[in-house]
Design a protein around this ligand. Structure first.
Ligand SMILES: NC(=O)c1ccc[n+]([C@@H]2O[C@H](COP(=O)([O-])OP(=O)(O)OC[C@H]3O[C@@H](n4cnc5c(N)ncnc54)[C@H](OP(=O)(O)O)[C@@H]3O)[C@@H](O)[C@H]2O)c1
Length: 343
């Protein structure tokens, strides 16, 4: 799978639990928090005193994950006292767009703010590469990109309201899309095959086609983050995409054995992926960094984060499209059309 040197071999993390102040009073939502990166992120935020929601397709799994987290200890490097965090489950299944409004409603009934949303849930190489969501999209497209887009639609008003509170520092309200270095394998040049979003007409072998579909879904994460930033940086909202690093989680369970044999040597514990997410979601930024880059202006909003928390560069093709060809807005409009019946 396509990756860059800086994504493959990150330097030691410079921002960890020891650098983070108490998050008491802040509300966080992590999609897919029962395993892997999301689990580790929820664990860190809970011990840092945040009010944390995790999602799962199964409430029982979410509750089991919550029990494991609440009976765990804070990371030994953490400097602040733990003890006032909370964790709550939400049921969420991106494989059926009809169900997402109910999840969002449940959250909106419980909370009056949302400080950081991590779009983390995802899959790579489905059990059945031909499997589709309830609406007939290939699973990687539906679960990694269209579902999160619809969830974002329902939560944007609360995110904007949170950013508008007088006590909220500019650009501390964030939306983070957990993308992947795999976005570099998306269709060229824009990252999206506009005329065949399901990539159904591909002539590639099954595994290559599946990798391209994953790449496209992850390029869409990068593009959604950039477009969200373009829409809302004037409101003080920051939106970023990231590659979490190469981590030992359940994500690679269907990858070819040879691929896993080679790449397992370069995989890290999932906590490192959570550190990338913590950096993207919580690292303080200046007002200049919160602005959009481009046209010679300094700015980071809409950008791409490398493991374990560094500003980086995503695919040149994808970012050229975003900056020069309006592909972020084009994709936004397309996704709105695709999910309109479920809004
Ligand atoms: N691990 C890596 O090396 C790596 C590298 C690059 C990018 N990433 C990205 O990191 C993110 C997290 O992956 P991970 O490595 O932590 O893998 P993971 O352990 O397999 O976690 C994936 C999460 O996604 C959730 N999920 C799966 N299908 C879903 C659906 N239909 N609806 C809602 N949620 C669903 C799962 O929740 P339930 O099963 O509880 O529903 C699970 O918690 C993914 O977006 C992945 O693309 C990972």
């Amino acid at each position: 799978m396509a990756t860059s040197w800086g994504e493959m071999f990150p330097p030691s993390p410079g921002f960890t639990e020891k650098d983070i102040s108490s998050q008491h009073g802040r509300v966080f939502l992590i999609t897919g928090g029962t395993t892997g990166i999301g689990f580790e992120l929820a664990k860190a935020l809970y011990h840092l005193n945040g009010r944390v929601y995790i999602t799962s397709r199964s409430l029982r799994s979410a509750e089991a994950a919550i029990t494991r987290i609440t009976s765990s200890r804070p990371h030994p490097s953490q400097k602040i006292a733990a003890g006032s965090g909370s964790l709550q489950p939400l049921k969420l299944d991106f494989s059926d767009l009809r169900t997402i409004k109910a999840t969002a409603k449940e959250f909106l009934l419980k909370e009056t703010r949302l400080d950081v949303l991590w779009h983390n849930a995802g899959l790579m190489i489905p059990d059945d590469p031909k499997a589709t969501t309830a609406q007939g999209y290939h699973e990687q497209l539906g679960i990694n990109a269209l579902g999160p887009f619809l969830l974002q639609h329902f939560l944007t008003p609360l995110i904007l309201a949170t950013a508008a509170f007088p006590s909220t520092p500019a650009f501390s309200t964030r939306v983070i899309f957990v993308s992947s270095s795999g976005h570099r394998a998306a269709p060229k040049p824009d990252g999206v095959n506009w005329s065949d979003i399901n990539l159904s007409s591909t002539t590639k072998a099954e595994l290559s086609a599946t990798i391209e579909r994953y790449g496209q879904s992850k390029a869409m994460n990068v593009m959604h983050a950039h477009e969200l930033a373009r829409k809302y940086h004037s409101k003080g909202v920051m939106s970023l995409s990231l590659h979490p690093g190469s981590l030992s989680t359940g994500l690679q369970k269907n990858a070819p054995r040879i691929f896993n044999a080679i790449f397992s040597m370069f995989r890290y514990e999932p906590r490192f992926g959570a550190l990338t997410g913590l950096w993207a979601g919580l690292v303080p930024v200046s007002p200049e960094e919160g602005n959009m880059g481009g046209n010679g202006k300094y700015g980071r909003n809409g950008g791409y984060v490398l493991p374990w928390g560094r500003w980086g560069e995503g695919s040149k093709d994808v970012f050229q499209g975003l900056r020069n060809r309006g592909t972020g807005e084009r994709l936004w409009i397309l996704c709105e059309e695709l999910v309109r019946d479920f809004m």
